[in-house]
Write a protein of this length. Structure first.
Length: 328
């Protein structure tokens, strides 16, 4: 597969960047803690002579394995005002969100026409008992797949809410559980025992990253599928887990996975089971992921986890990208 950013080695782009902050309507509670504000960077590559502009997005999540926002900002600050494709192609692997942001912007020069696929969407429910009512309005909008984070409070309390949620959801609804690595072997087995006949699509990252072999055993022991997330954040980690024998589901957050062309090459493997998931990025990165990444790959039947707009308190979706740039 030819690397797109290397097709125009001689082209030089004017480079600009601006940080952004997007507060959540309510904090997102995960096993890693409370998350109240989504911060990232919008970058702009332009060629005044050609009259062309492309925007990219750097949306790091350091507690999921990417660089920090501070590291991403420092990298951008070190770059000159004009950069070329060779510079973009040499962004180091320890800056995966930067790799994605720059290469996704650069690819828009190579592949200017996006493809609009028809994709089913999974929506993220609030944690705890709030999920018992939050699903209804989402269901009425046509969504049938939901994601609910666990391992954020006492096990007995979450199990009780889980039973109530399963009873409340229509029979045709599909539920995904995400532990963010917050369970141990015994609690993971308890959840999986309960999931066996509950139409649970998968249990995501039940154990910490350093317990890969144990998760492999869980995937072989239970019928409910196990999905890797934190264990396979970057393309290098995806490849490593596959080499070690993982044939279960990979939850892929493209915005922090690294180089889009390397990710695209990995996902061409027909044995790889992918669930595309949001990193709470803006529509700048999301449009690239959906129209220039997912749309160029073999179709997967699983709903994409991009139903997150309801978490934000701003009006980002009401402005186009050029307007948004000028508000930063």
């Amino acid at each position: 597969m030819t690397r797109p950013v290397l097709l125009h080695q001689q082209m030089r782009y004017r480079f600009e960047f601006r940080p952004y902050r997007r507060p959540f309507r309510q904090p997102l509670h995960t096993h890693h803690g409370l998350w109240s504000v989504r911060e990232g960077i919008v970058l702009r590559l332009s060629d005044a002579a050609a009259g062309k502009v492309a925007l990219g997005e750097i949306a790091p999540i350091d507690w999921l394995g990417s660089e920090s926002l501070t590291e991403a900002l420092a990298f951008c600050q070190r770059l000159p005002n004009y950069i070329d494709a060779e510079t973009i192609g040499k962004i180091p692997a320890h800056l995966p969100a930067c790799q994605f942001g720059f290469e996704s912007a650069c690819e828009q020069w190579v592949y200017p026409e996006p493809t609009q696929p028809v994709l089913r969407v999974s929506h993220l429910l609030p944690t705890g008992a709030a999920a018992l009512s939050a699903w209804r309005s989402i269901w009425q909008s046509g969504c049938t797949t939901f994601k609910w984070k666990i391992a954020v409070t006492e096990l007995s309390e979450e199990l009780q809410i889980f039973h109530q949620l399963r009873q409340a959801l229509p029979p045709e609804a599909t539920l995904r559980l995400d532990a963010n690595g917050g369970l141990n072997w015994n609690s993971a087995c308890r959840w999986l025992d309960l999931c066996e006949n509950q139409n649970i699509e998968f249990l995501e990252q039940p154990l910490p990253v350093d317990q890969f072999d144990a998760m492999l055993k869980l995937s072989q022991r239970y019928r409910t599928p196990i999905a890797l997330d934190e264990s396979a954040t970057t393309v290098a980690q995806l490849k490593a887990c596959y080499r070690r024998g993982w044939r279960g589901i990979f939850v892929v957050k493209a915005a922090i996975a690294g180089s889009p062309w390397r990710l695209r090459a990995f996902c061409q493997n027909p044995d790889v089971d992918i669930v595309w998931s949001s990193a709470l990025e803006t529509a700048i990165a999301r449009q690239f992921i959906q129209t220039r990444l997912i749309a160029k790959l073999p179709q997967h039947n699983r709903a994409i986890g991009f139903g997150v707009d309801q978490w934000f308190a701003d009006d980002w979706n009401s402005l186009d990208f050029v307007q948004r740039w000028h508000t930063l």
